[in-house]
Design a protein around this ligand. Structure first.
Ligand code: ZN
Ligand code: ZN
Length: 438
């Protein structure tokens, strides 16, 4: 069953010479040449000779990694193509080293019928620079009342089901959704949020929100819904995936659930791993996200959980917004930031260079682990695999600028920030999907 689609492109013939290949799942970490023939990894070794139609890339000093997979992006199509679409979002992903992404269903119209989903599949076949897959909504119109036709949406290719942007408002609804996906073999991705505690919140509730005089979103708003959902998953013996986990309290609940054998997986965003609520002080709307940037103690707990594997994977929650929507006072701005083009550089700089996380673990959490949750073949640099890889210059310094973004939106919290490490080339589904010029 296909779960991703992309436009067709010529298969790559490449000899990547002298890079450090880091693919923990394949047991690889060392300097090797990688020969890609007709879009597949043909051979690893030293001193491989190139055939006459093979392009040779000098990768000395570079990292050669399995390409990344993002379970959580917003491509804003249908409905807000001024902010993003399949072509621009998948190009942004390729520029960030991604080889597969999955788009959420909170579009206009919502992805709640097979017809809307089929339209997106057709767009991906025509325009996607890398393989793109789609979630379908759990409830019609994301209204939290009637379930969608999950069987039909699964048959039309939905990777999973999510009302992301909205929580599943009642226990009864969560229960029925988990019962249905059990039959379909897909999964439900939950945006955990207790609406009664969220109401009117602008940022994390704590000393910083008190100082700034902004209404707070307490940690409990997330962890309460996480705990409740886990109880339901246990009761129904169903699998559940949590979007963008942001609090230490949620991690405790997930840890207990995993220890009890509940089938739970969870993702964390680069911004929650790298930033805390002190970043709100300047009242820049590009730092306004939901869930909000949390306390430093939460951030440290998230980093530790990513390292241990309690948090299974990184997902960007790439959320493009038009400049005119974000260029307003903090309280009026919508939640969300883009993240595909900066994810690896942010995490390499903040976690790997500071030795909070080893490179191999970061690669696993951005590549193999999310691929397994999505049920797609995990990207790998091992011989025989389809070429799904990226080449990263770990020394490259670059400054994030709106001008350079492949995304159609530029609401990044890292605008103007100097990054270390840059994706130079991405091969996705066997073809060169991105090449950094300059
Ligand atoms: Zn969400
Ligand atoms: Zn989201």
């Amino acid at each position: 069953m296909e779960r991703t689609w992309s436009k067709s492109a010529p298969a790559a013939d490449l000899l990547i010479k002298g890079g450090r290949v880091v693919d923990p799942d394949a047991g690889l970490d060392g300097v090797q040449d990688v020969l890609v023939t007709k879009g597949r990894v043909a051979e690893l070794g030293s001193e491989i000779k190139a055939g006459k139609n093979t392009r040779v890339l000098d990768a000395r000093g570079m990292l050669v990694l399995p390409g990344f997979v993002d379970l959580h992006v917003h491509l804003r199509t249908p409905g807000r193509e001024d902010e993003e679409d399949v072509a621009s979002g998948s190009r942004a992903a390729a520029a960030g080293g991604y080889v597969a992404i999955f788009a959420m269903a909170n579009t206009d119209p919502v992805v709640d019928t097979a017809a809307v989903l089929k339209g997106l599949v057709a767009s991906a076949r025509a325009e996607a620079a890398i393989p793109v897959g789609f979630f379908a909504a759990v409830t019609r119109g994301l209204a939290g009342e009637q379930l969608t036709e999950m069987g039909e949406l699964g048959a039309a290719g939905a990777v999973g089901f999510s009302d992301d942007g909205r929580p599943l408002a009642t226990a009864a609804l969560t229960r029925r959704a988990l019962q249905y996906v059990k039959v379909s073999g897909r999964f439900v991705a939950v945006h955990a949020q207790d609406d009664s505690l969220f109401k009117g919140g602008q940022m994390h509730e704590g000393p910083v929100s008190a100082r700034l005089g902004l209404s707070g979103i307490p940690s409990l708003c997330e962890s309460l819904d996480v705990s409740r959902t886990l109880d339901i998953a246990e009761y129904e013996d169903a699998a559940v995936h949590f979007c963008h986990v942001s609090t230490a309290a949620s991690l405790k609940a997930i840890e207990r659930a995993k220890a009890a054998g509940i089938r739970v997986s969870a993702e964390v965003t680069p911004h929650h791993l790298a930033l805390n609520d002190e970043a709100i002080a300047a009242l820049d709307p590009n730092f306004k996200m939901n869930p909000p940037l949390r306390a430093e103690s939460d951030r440290l707990a998230l980093v530790a959980a990513l390292k241990s594997g309690l948090l299974d994977c990184v997902a960007t929650d790439h959320a493009p917004h038009a400049a005119e929507e974000k260029d307003v006072p903090f309280e009026e701005a919508p939640f969300g930031c883009i993240g595909l083009e900066t994810a690896f550089s942010v995490l390499y700089g903040e976690l790997v260079m500071s030795k909070a996380l080893d490179l191999g673990s970061l690669v696993t959490r951005m590549s193999t682990a999310p691929a397994r949750i999505a049920g797609i073949e995990a990207p790998s640099v091992r011989p025989g695999a389809v070429a799904d890889l990226c080449i990263v210059d770990p020394e490259a310094k670059w400054t994030v600028s709106a001008h350079d973004m492949q995304s159609r939106s530029c609401n990044s919290p890292w605008l103007g920030h100097e990054m270390t490490a840059r994706v130079k080339l991405t091969v996705a589904a066997g073809h060169v999907a991105w090449e950094h010029s300059a």
